[in-house]
Design a protein around this ligand. Sequence first.
Ligand SMILES: *[C@@H]1O[C@H](CO)[C@@H](O)[C@H](O)[C@H]1NC(C)=O
Ligand SMILES: *[C@@H]1O[C@H](CO)[C@@H](O)[C@H](O)[C@H]1NC(C)=O
Length: 447
Amino acid sequence: MEGDYDVIVLGTGLTECILSGLLSIDGKKVLHIDKQDYYGGESASLNLTQLYSKFKPSKPYSDQFGKDRDWCVDLIPKFLMSNGELTNILVHTDVTRYMEFKQISGSYVYRGGRIAKVPSNQTEAISSPLMGFFEKRRMKNFLEFIIKYKEDEVSTHGGVDLDKITMDELYNKYGLERGTKDFIGHAMALWSNDDYLSQPARETYDRIVLYLGSVARYGKSPYIYPLYGLGELPQGFARLSAIYGGTFMLDTPIEEVLYEDGKFAGVKTKEGVAKAPVVIADPTYFPEKVKSTGQKVIRAMCILDHPIPNTSDADSAQIIIPQNQVGRKNDIYIATVSSAHNICAKGYYLAIISTIIETDKPHLELEPAFKVIGATKDVLMGIAELYEPIEDGSKDHIYISKSYDPSSHFESTTDDVKDIYKRVTGHDLVLKKRATVEEEAELAGLS
Ligand SMILES: *[C@@H]1O[C@H](CO)[C@@H](O)[C@H](O)[C@H]1NC(C)=O
Ligand SMILES: *[C@@H]1O[C@H](CO)[C@@H](O)[C@H](O)[C@H]1NC(C)=O
């Protein structure tokens, strides 16, 4: 590893691995180091031995849920939107070659104490149990407006300017009830709080279009998920980087960070000194250069031996509990996957519940979600503080990623990737426009 590089990357979380891959494709000489002996950092998928030793150190895993190696439990539960930016990056970089994806079978939302499928077109709106008779018609009209809207055809704008009207005003124009606003804003536009209501409707419109377009792509839900868990993602990008000449070293703690004139210059490890003018790192490598966002996330990993009730026995699903529905300020997310995605032993299901903590009894905040998922065989809980860099890296050439938020998808992660990419290279990340049909088939795992 000794020698000169263009970029040193510390930590093999998803953000770091995507950047490593993208910069390697650009022809940069990348050295990628992780202090841990496995890929993925905070965004790894762990087997049960690793999981129990992390979250229940006093109670080592003893094969009660089948073979340890059949399990890949995500530390950061998220799904990919099939039309989302991470999917674009995967297709653009050909990382789809190293992985197989499968659809998530359902997208559900909690309203009035029960869960129901999120309607994704006018026909589904009309038959949805989420709304009463008249509200269904209003929802149908709203969806029709969204689907028919074309930027360059004023006649489709219904007299509104999406950059001026607030989202709440747009909802009110269609006469939608509060509970309907909740599921559109939180389960389709995927906002985690209600700040968006008073902002221009444009971004929420874009998010609903992303949701509907993602459902339309493969059918059952807007989400896709890699076989063997999310830990496959950083590894896929690491392989990409390696193909373009990137050097990887796991299990290599950093002994010293070297500076010249206050700027990053390299690192010293047990393998020697490596030099580079730029470093990209996750927050754990530079604790003195990050600050808490003031938010903490609680995640509960629940082992089940049954599908989630009221999901038509779905082998996988995203369930969103909008904050208003349970008197909170932040949504509660439930991501459930099973052996259909090769992440656990046959007959088992994994449900991961997450939310931003609002009280000093965080486990009680998850109560509504525990009611939804039904009986559990075991529950492992962890709390993580969220960090972000204090500076943008322009002064010391140290570019630090943000912690993974509790949102149900990767759109904020790819925003961070694009933002760091631009700060490091000085230009925007430009992705190839369209995938070939073959690549698409490969991505869907449907070929
Ligand atoms: C599940 O369905 C049953 C029967 O319709 C209903 O009583 C219950 O409230 C539902 N639970 C959830 C969480 O949707
Ligand atoms: C609406 O969605 C359902 C279920 O995914 C599908 O069967 C139906 O064809 C869709 N209808 C329209 C008008 O797109």
